[in-house]
Design a protein around this ligand. Structure first.
Ligand SMILES: [Zn+2]
Length: 391
């Protein structure tokens, strides 16, 4: 079935640096080089994302006047020139670790002594505040010592997201997304209510869109939460995680879902995984699991719609029980007025765990290029049956 751009969505899930995989994959789909689209260029009019997916989706939605392939090539250049840590450059375009002594040995950082001094001043201020408040809480608390010790550590305080904020200001033009004909929906989690919240094209004014991308990518415990208005937000993957439903709500009936974690392949952990690596790996698997649950829901709804349609046309079923059930289901569908439409969902995921030695926070250039190449390969060899696509 051919779907128009307005009915076609690209659904981009989370996974930090693994987002490079989605860039390579989209390039092949948009160039019409994948069997998934019968070698026709894919032209989605809807982009949804959580976490790093929200960054990729926002860039894709920001140039409605050019082909999706040209925008994907622009996105690729942003990853290679700004996101990735290139040799001789001071860190990556996403985050820096506060108080990282290797900055003082890195020739790329030493080129900019003023930046080093500013970082040192800001790190010292953050560390002092952190230690003061944490120490006060530690001694004032009546909780058991072990609980207090756990609360005293918050990795988020050691991560500085200023590079990502600078990058977003450089590459995201809120006004063009606000006016774009390409629909955008990004998901962040409200830290207080625990509910997913959507930010769409209309959110992209007055810096709210940029903050929403920061919020959507704020992996709890690793990146600091983000305040928008009166509310505090973290990574959209925490609760809803999959931007599948927002894509359907925006009118999509053909969805191309990119998952950044291998579905069946055994997950390769480092020989001696650090706590942070294990935590992030677990987080990435959790995101993939929730996406898979949504896809399974779509699969049985499709099967149900087909069974009701078949019964309406033929009045034939294998048993009285099933006949009665289909009558009730048919009535239900008519009376509730809810439009259930059959969905086509193509699913793409890497065959083996992505990433370099530092996992989903590894933004070095070589692993990024490798992951883009893996995304291209997966799109070129797409097999709907093997991938479990919903057709
Ligand atoms: Zn497929």
């Amino acid at each position: 079935m051919n779907h128009s751009a307005a009915q076609t969505a690209m659904v981009l899930s989370g996974g930090g640096a693994y987002g490079a995989f989605a860039v390579g994959l989209m390039k092949v789909l948009f160039a019409g080089r994948s069997p998934a689209t019968n070698y026709q260029p894919l032209n989605p009019g809807i982009f949804t994302g959580t976490s790093v997916g929200s960054f990729n989706a926002a860039i894709m939605a920001s140039s409605p006047g050019e082909s999706t392939l040209d925008t994907a090539l622009h996105l690729e250049s942003i990853w290679l020139d700004h996101v990735a840590e290139r040799p001789g450059q001071c860190g990556n375009g996403i985050f820096r670790l506060r108080g990282d002594p290797t900055e003082l040995l890195n020739p790329g950082c030493l080129q900019f002594p003023a930046n080093l001094a500013a970082n040192f001043a800001s790190d010292t201020l953050v560390f002092s505040t952190y230690l003061l408040t944490r120490s006060a809480n530690f001694f004032a608390s009546s909780q058991p010592l072990s609980d207090r010790a756990i609360q005293a550590l918050n990795i988020g305080s050691f991560v500085d997201l200023a590079p990502f904020h600078d990058l977003l200001n450089q590459v995201i033009h809120e006004d063009t997304i606000f006016r774009s004909s390409r629909r955008l929906a990004i998901v962040a989690t409200n830290w207080i209510t625990g509910q997913p919240e959507l930010f769409d094209n209309s959110s992209f004014q007055g810096d709210t869109g940029i903050k929403a991308i920061m919020a959507s990518t704020a992996i709890p415990g690793v990146f600091p939460p983000v305040t928008i208005g009166k509310d505090t937000y973290v990574d959209g993957g925490v609760v809803e995680n999959t931007p599948l439903k927002p894509a359907i709500d925006l009118g999509a009936s053909e969805l191309h879902v990119i998952i950044l974690d291998p579905k069946h392949a055994s997950v390769r952990l480092n020989a001696e995984p650090s706590t942070a690596d294990t935590l992030l790996r677990f987080y990435c698997e959790m995101l993939a699991t929730i996406v898979s649950e949504d896809i399974e829901t779509a699969r049985w709804i499709n099967a149900g719609i087909r069974a009701v349609e078949h019964y309406r046309q033929t009045r034939q079923t294998s048993s009285d029980e099933v006949r009665n059930f289909l009558k009730v289901a048919g009535q239900f569908l008519e009376n509730t007025g809810v439009q259930y439409k059959p969905l086509t969902i193509h699913i793409y995921y890497p065959e083996t765990a992505l990433g370099g030695a530092l996992g989903m926070l590894d933004f070095r250039l070589d692993p990024i290029i490798k992951m883009m190449g893996e995304g291209e390969r997966i799109a070129l060899l797409h097999d709907c049956r093997k991938s479990g696509c919903v057709l």
